[in-house]
Design a protein around this ligand. Structure first.
Ligand SMILES: Nc1nc2c(ncn2[C@@H]2O[C@H](COP(=O)(O)OP(=O)(O)O)[C@@H](O)[C@H]2O)c(=O)[nH]1
Ligand SMILES: [Mg+2]
Length: 440
């Protein structure tokens, strides 16, 4: 079994991580009532006794997450985590923290904390990597608009690329909305994006705006029993915890083929090799269906699930892929599906979607028979679509608005050269052009 190491950075990265580990434990407990440390669990967890690793098929003694938790403030990974029972799946050495934070400044996160913590972070990654038989990927969880997840997260992504070139870097990155409360968010986002273009293998952008609207929708539906955002809460505003549950579910669905056997396994290698036709065009749109488990109704039919999956309101990034070009697409089904049903649904959908000339049949299909805990049958879509260029254009234009006035620039120039802004801007403009070139 291939293993993954999670590196969660900053407030957002760590809060998403906490939710992910809670749900991952629940999912494995559900499929493994025997209390044996099975192959499936090896992907994310190790099993140990008095600090010594126990082999697969041993009785579960103490599970530890294959993870590194990094934050430059103490709020999330020291204060909050200590109150959470999940704390026991992390050794204290797996936590790297400071006290004063990165002040929503990418440059401080990257340059000051990057260099200060490089050795301790790499040392912990090495320890985690040594516990693995066949380390396949790093999952980097971060927000790109603050200082720590964005700046230190960039530093970590680049460092992992240099130190572990053969291990994939999959980044789950929360992108800012237009009305982000962080004033310097356009600088942080553009600088982080620049690093992700150069050093990530796949990026799964997530917009909080989309998470919020899914949460609101869930709370307004009558009789939704169990939702992607957790249990339904009537008339309450969505919290980060609800929003993060959606991202945690995304991660569980994305990795189901790595963890469970299935007749049509699509693992992370295949996602990257099938969905990324050019190295830098590795930003993948995602959506999931159903969003909730109806209390009384029958589960949805396959073609209905597939149809929902490609609706704009199911997407985790607010773009309009149906009006643009698909470079490639993958669908991963969990639960009870027949291949004939899946094929038929894809054929139906195909007529509504535009694929690039040279990849008209660019569909990858995965099937894992272990369902998600949310519903007997769920589908996840992962697409490389040129509509993502509009998201980058939004970041570019908000960046230029600040940069032309040199607003807040001096905070950055304390840590970095001005030229870095120009080269990052060039890189993003180039990325936008490349995506647009295929948008025909
Ligand atoms: N989805 C989600 N977004 C978050 C969470 N915490 C912060 N954010 C968003 O992340 C951005 C700021 O990043 P944050 O993680 O606080 O900064 P950092 O600690 O310096 O990395 C803002 O746009 C917040 O709205 C979270 O738990 N979940
Ligand atoms: Mg912070």
């Amino acid at each position: 079994m291939a293993e993954s190491i999670f590196v969660q950075v900053g407030q957002c990265g760590n809060q998403i991580g906490t939710r992910f580990w809670e749900l991952a434990l629940q999912e494995h407990a559900h499929f493994n009532p025997s209390g044996i440390y099975d192959d499936e669990m090896c992907t994310f967890f190790r099993n140990e006794k008095n600090g010594k690793p126990l082999p697969p098929q041993s009785r579960i003694n103490q599970l530890k997450a294959r993870a590194l938790l990094v934050d430059m403030e103490e709020g999330v990974i020291v204060n909050q985590l200590n109150k959470n029972p999940i704390r026991e799946i992390f050794d204290t050495q797996q936590l790297v923290s400071d006290v004063s934070g990165s002040g929503n400044n990418w440059a401080q996160g990257y340059h000051e904390y990057g260099h200060r913590y490089k050795e301790s972070i790499l040392n912990q990654v090495r320890i985690q990597a040594e516990h693995c038989d066949s380390l396949q990927s790093f999952f980097l969880l971060q927000s790109i608009s603050g200082g720590t997840g964005s700046g230190l997260g960039s530093f970590i992504c680049q460092t992992l690329a240099n130190e572990y070139p053969d291990v994939m870097r999959m980044c789950v990155s929360v992108f800012p909305s237009v009305e982000d409360v962080v004033i310097t968010s356009p600088y942080n986002s553009l600088l982080c994006l620049d690093t992700l273009v150069n050093y990530a293998d796949c990026v799964f952008p997530i917009e909080n705006k989309c998470l919020l609207s899914i949460c609101d929708k869930m709370n307004s539906i009558k009789d939704a029993k169990n939702t992607l955002a957790g249990p339904q809460k009537k008339d309450k505003r969505a919290t980060f915890d609800d929003m993060n549950s959606i991202v945690a579910n995304l991660l569980l669905n994305l990795t189901c083929s790595m963890r469970f056997n299935g007749e049509l396994n699509v693992d992370l290698n295949e996602i990257s090799s099938n969905l990324v036709p050019f190295p830098k065009l590795h930003f993948l749109l995602t959506s999931m269906a159903p969003l909730f488990k109806p209390a009384k109704l029958q589960p949805l039919r396959t073609d209905q699930l597939f149809n929902d999956l490609f609706q704009r309101e199911f997407m985790l990034v607010d773009t309009n892929p149906k009006a643009h070009t698909y470079l490639a697409s993958a669908v991963i089904c969990r639960g009870n599906f027949t291949l004939t049903d899946i094929r038929r649904s894809i054929d139906k959908l195909k007529r509504q979607l535009r694929f690039v000339d040279w990849n008209q049949d660019g569909w990858k299909v995965g099937h894992c028979s272990n369902p998600s805990l949310l519903s007997e049958r769920t589908v996840l879509s992962i697409s490389n679509n040129t509509s993502i260029a509009s998201t980058f254009e939004g970041i570019e234009s908000r960046f230029l608005k600040l940069y032309r006035r040199k607003a807040h620039l001096y905070h950055y120039l304390e840590f970095m050269e001005n030229d870095h802004f120009n080269s990052a801007l060039d890189n993003i403009q180039n990325l936008i052009e490349q995506y647009k070139k295929y948008d025909k």
